[in-house]
Structures are given as C-alpha cells and as structure tokens.
Design a protein around this ligand. Structure first.
Ligand code: ADP
Ligand code: MG
Length: 624
C-alpha cells in the first residue's frame, strides 16, 4: 500500500547495463564494495553518537554479519551502522552522487565499447551497483539511527526500484542479494571467507559469517582492527593495497606508502598513499584534499581543510591522533593548533620521502613526476616555508637531456660565464624544442629548461632565483650569449655592420608601431627572425595564457630579432639601399614579422594583406 516505484537516474541505468553485461572476471569484488559501505556506515554512526549518545541504541559493538542461504540462494549483509532514511535510499541508491562511481562515469565518457567498459569496472569498483553482477534482484532494508521508521528498497537492476515502508527493530542496514544461479559459488562459506580475507581484512569492524549449524559460533573472517594501528611488519603489501582501495576510492596500486607513528609533543599515526595514476578530479577547481581524520580510531571527517595543503591533494589515506578532543566539531578543526602541527609534520615527511625516491630511484620518480609534478609545483608558489625543499625535488626536461633533471643538476652544468638559469615556456616540449629562440643556446651547448606546466608561470616570477642564480626566459630581453664560453665550435660570423644598421632601421620604418623595436639577434642560427619580449615585459607564454583566460585585453609590443647570417636577410641587405625595391622590401618585412608570429602561435597581423604580400613575392620568385 505504501509501495512507490522510481526510475533510476540515466547514468545509473548505464552503469547497471554495463554491470549486467559485464564479462568481468573478478565479480567477487562486489563483496568488498558492500563491506566497505557497511564499514563506512559504522564509522558515521560512531561519529554521530559522540554528540548525541541516544543514537547508539545498539549497546553492543559495531559489526558486519554475512549470512549465506544456499537453499534459497540468498546472501545477506547486515550492519549496525547509521542506516538510511527513505530519502537517502532514493538518493544514494538511485542516483550517482558519490565518488568511486562518479570517477567511473567520467572515464566512460570517452569510451564506448562494452568490453572496454567492463574491464574498467575492475579499476574503479562501481560501489553498491556491483552487487548486480551476481544478483537477480536486491533488497535493501534500512533504519536510520534516531528514526522510528524503516524502509526497504528493491530492484532487479533493470530501470526502476521500489520503496516500501517496513518494520525493522534494529538500526542499520541489511542488504539481501538474490544470487543468480550461475553465481552460486558466492554462497559457499570457503569462497566467502577467502574473498573477505583478500579484500576486507583491514576493515576495523569484525566481519563474521553466520554458521550454518545451530549452536556453532559465527566465525570472524577478518583481522578486525584498524590496519594503521597494527605493527608495520605484520602488514603485507596486499593488505596495504586493499586498505588504499577502501580509503582512497582508487583501484590502482599505491606508488608510495607511508606508515608512521609519531610520538612526542603530539602523537599521531599516518598511513598515507601516493597513487600511481592521476585521479580524474585532480585539477578540479576545489583542489580538495583526500585525507581522513580519525581521533582515537574514531572517524571524524574526510574534509578537514587544514590537514594537508592543496598542493599535496594527491596524497590519500588517514591520520589518527590522540591529541584532539573527540567532541571537537568539524568547524572547530579549521583553526585547531594540533591539526596545524600535524600538517607541517606531514608536509615535511612527504617531501623528504619524495626527495629520497627522486635521488635513489629516478626512473620510478619520473612516473610520479609525470602524474603529480604539476600539482606539487603549486607549493613553490603557495608554501613559502617549504619552497626550497619543494624546489629540490622538482624535475624538468631540458634542451640538453632526455632524462628529467633537477635544478641542482642544471646549476652544476652551467657554462663558464653563464650567470642565469635559462628556461623557455610553452605548451609542450616538442614545440619548445623547435623554438627559434633556442637555436643560439643549442649551438653553444647551453642548457635551457622546458617549462611546460601552466603553474610554472606563477612560481617562476615569485621565486626569481635558485642557488643565487636568476631564472631567465630565453624569449625575453637580450640573450647576451657572447659572454658565455662554449665548448662547441661555432661558425665564424662575418658581419656587414654598415648595411645591417640601415636594414634594421628600414624594417622598423616599414613595420611602424607593430613592433616595439627591431634588433639583430645573437640567439638565432637557422631561423631568419623571432619575436621576443622586452626585458621588463611579461613573458610571452604567460601573456598568451592570460589572454586566453581573458585576464588581460591587450598584449604588449614585441621586439623583432633578425638573424644577419640568414640568406634571406643577406638578400634583403642587397636591396635595402635601392629605392626601386622599396615595395618588395616592405612586403618582405611584413612577411618576416608574420612568420615570427606564426611560429609563436599568434595570428598574423592582417590575413588578407598577408596573403596578398605572399602572392606578390611568390609570383616574383616563380617569374624569375
Ligand atoms: P560510495 O561508497 O562510493 O559512496 P556506493 O555505491 O558504494 O558509493 O554507495 C552509495 C551510497 O549509499 C553511500 O555513499 C552511502 O551513502 C549509501 N550506502 C550504501 N550502503 C550503505 C550502508 N550499508 N549503510 C548506510 N549507507 C549506505
Ligand atoms: Mg561504496
């Protein structure tokens, strides 16, 4: 009579479809997902009961019970956690509001094939819905702590679900799976035990299997103590990994695991992981951290802003401390001095571990750097206290090395007479390596660092120096290459000084205000021209970024540098004094400017005029 039918949100329908047609071999993970949810529900109730003890009507301890009925092919998972209200049942099990599943959907966006999708389930875990891999239908019965009502949710996973009012005495949730005949192995006690041990041993609550014989005690299948409280030497890497999957909502392998107990002014345990893969939401604007805070084994929050800085948001895991009052409100944590102390200790620990890895296992470190380097670099700009330490672990690609280099490496390889750390910034190293600005540096064997992350544009100006050496963009100001000694032989340059000055002046006259200045270049060897920014102006790449994001309206005038050794420029030298060739000279000047712009990824000054000039000169060339 109270029964109501609801349709699944469209995305849920899609997931259920994939789950149902899944060819996925490790269906067993459905049990991990259900136990993980049950455990989270217990954590939530324990926390809620701190401020309202009446919520804990179950005087007993938290527990998760499994019951398998082979005859009726029913598998039941029962917890005495926080439970769900009617609205929560509809919201949590009928829509995609949550983490793991959402990550899965994000990844699906670009992938259509069923098989690809199925194989992805293993990497993500699709939470509650994974139970449909083994079930013909599922009923969830739940009573929310503090409520007198209880509700059931039932679905065969094919488009809709039903909600009904029920009678249920105890608070918590019961998930009842009607196991499909082909999956009846999951009703087998040994099989269940193996699966629980494999995936859920770290779960802090006891997970027990109801005995099929009367009078026999239920068997607890897992270790049932918080993993982080155990001795390091008693924890296997698989156990760490499974805990990481549970706590981090991630299904890759941890790249680094940090498990420490700090005792001193403040005591805490940290069990932290750095993932191998970049999570899909790493660059979300909220830059949310991924650490859970526990106080004396009690879960407090997974949203404690002051616990770890945004630039370490790729770190997942837990902190458990004895030094915060259990009754602390989540709001009060913001300015808590203990949290602040833990934060600064955690930053130091993570950075120093990264440094060790960077020095001892550079190839492994390169994988980390590829995934998270751009995020870590935000810290150079944001964390003044730890800036130098972060800079020490930063790695870069450069014009002289295929491998990542550190700033120390760079400085130690600087040439005699070289006073600055040269860099060039842009979107990717391939484009940068072709940049005309690099030519003179390459010819002299002077290393130039490639800065390819947008964040580089922000920390570079604020840092300014490393090891007393200024950072200098090679697309800005004079290159002053002649002061630096080279160990490569360079070609002897003959300069036609008399005419070159006239040439430079004439190009400037032709281009007028389109350029700030025209100069001869000592950074070009192969290209005819390039654009550079004035010494005091903004770096060209930064200017481009800001313009793209509508942060600035106009760009500053650029300097056009001309390579006097280029054959085309030499030809121009021949006609610069000839009034009859003025039109040709002017057209050539504009084409050179437009060419320099194109190389910079900028539009030409006037596409129509550009085409006309080009045609005129081409015709001349062909006509010759
Ligand atoms: P996730 O665990 O990533 O949030 P799930 O699909 O596993 O996604 O679960 C969806 C939501 O359903 C959970 O976030 C939780 O709010 C609710 N839920 C699932 N199982 C339980 C349970 N046993 N007790 C209370 N709430 C639950
Ligand atoms: Mg879950």
């Amino acid at each position: 009579m109270t029964k109501e039918t609801f349709t699944f949100q469209a995305e849920v329908g899609k997931i259920l479809d994939i789950v149902a047609h899944s060819l996925y071999s490790e269906k067993e993970v459905f049990l991990r997902e259900l136990i993980s949810n049950a455990s989270d529900a217990c954590d939530k109730l324990r926390y809620a009961a701190i401020s309202d003890s009446s919520l804990m009507d179950n005087k007993s301890d938290f527990k998760i019970e499994i019951e398998a009925n082979k005859k009726d092919k029913i598998l039941i998972l029962k917890d005495n956690g926080i439970g769900m209200s009617k609205e929560e049942l509809i919201e949590s099990l009928g829509t995609i509001a949550k983490s793991g599943t959402q990550a899965f959907m994000e990844t699906l966006k670009n992938k259509d094939e069923k098989e690809v999708q199925s194989s992805l389930i293993g990497q993500f875990g699709v939470g509650f819905y994974s139970a449909f891999m083994v079930s013909d239908s599922i009923t969830v019965e739940s009573k929310k702590a503090g409520s007198s009502e209880a509700w059931s949710w039932t679905s065969d996973g094919k488009g809709s679900f039903e909600i009904d009012s029920i009678k249920k005495d105890d608070v918590g949730t019961k998930v009842i799976l009607s196991i499909s005949t082909k999956d009846k192995e999951y009703l087998d006690a040994d099989r269940i035990e193996t699966i629980v041990k494999k995936y859920s041993d770290h779960i802090a609550q006891p997970v027990s299997l109801k005995s099929s014989k009367k009078d026999e005690e239920d068997k607890v299948l897992n270790n049932a103590s918080a993993l982080w409280t155990r001795d390091k030497k008693d924890i296997t890497s698989d156990q760490y990994k499974e805990f990481y999957h549970h706590v981090g909502m991630a299904y890759d392998d941890p790249w680094l695991t940090l498990h420490n107990k700090a005792e001193g002014l403040i005591s805490y345990i940290n069990l932290l992981f750095i993932p191998s893969n970049r999570p899909y939401d790493l660059f979300n604007p909220d830059r949310k951290a991924n650490l859970k805070l526990y106080v004396r084994r009690v879960f407090i929050t997974d949203d404690c802003e002051g616990l770890i800085p945004p630039y370490l948001r790729f770190v997942k895991g837990i902190i458990d401390t004895d030094d915060i009052d259990l009754n602390v409100s989540r709001e009060m944590l913001q300015n808590n001095p203990v949290v602040a102390k833990i934060k600064s200790a955690i930053i130091k620990r993570v950075i120093s571990e990264l440094k060790k890895k960077a020095n001892k296992e550079p190839e492994e470190f390169a994988k980390f750097w590829d995934a998270f380097g751009a995020v870590l670099k935000e810290g150079i700009h944001e964390d003044f206290t730890n800036r130098d330490k972060i800079l020490e672990v930063c790695r870069f690609k450069s014009s002289e090395s295929d491998k990542l280099i550190s700033l120390d490496d760079y400085v130690s390889r600087m040439k005699d007479g070289q006073e600055k750390i040269y860099y060039v910034s842009g979107e990717d190293e391939n484009k940068l390596s072709q940049s005309p600005h690099l030519e003179g540096f390459k010819a002299k064997g002077i290393e130039v660092i490639y800065m390819t992350d947008p964040v580089d544009e922000f920390w570079l100006p604020s840092v300014g120096k490393f090891s007393e050496k200024d950072f200098q963009s090679i697309t800005k100001g004079g290159a002053e290459l002649d002061k630096i000694k080279s160990d490569k032989k360079s070609k002897e340059k003959k300069k036609d000084n008399k005419n070159i000055d006239k040439l430079i002046a004439s190009i400037k006259v032709a281009l007028g205000d389109e350029v700030k200045e025209v100069k001869t270049s000592d950074r070009l060897t192969d290209s005819a021209v390039c654009l550079v920014a004035g010494e005091g102006d903004m770096d060209m790449h930064l200017e481009k970024l800001l313009k793209q994001h509508q942060q600035i309206d106009s760009t500053s005038q650029k300097i056009l540098e001309v390579n006097p050794d280029h054959p085309l420029i030499k030809d121009l030298l021949k006609i610069v004094n000839n009034d009859n060739d003025k039109q040709v000279f002017d057209d050539a000047s504009w084409l050179l400017l437009d060419q320099a712009r194109i190389i910079e990824g900028q539009p030409v000054s006037d596409p129509n005029k550009f085409a006309k000039r080009m045609n005129t000169l081409l015709q001349k060339g062909i006509g010759l």
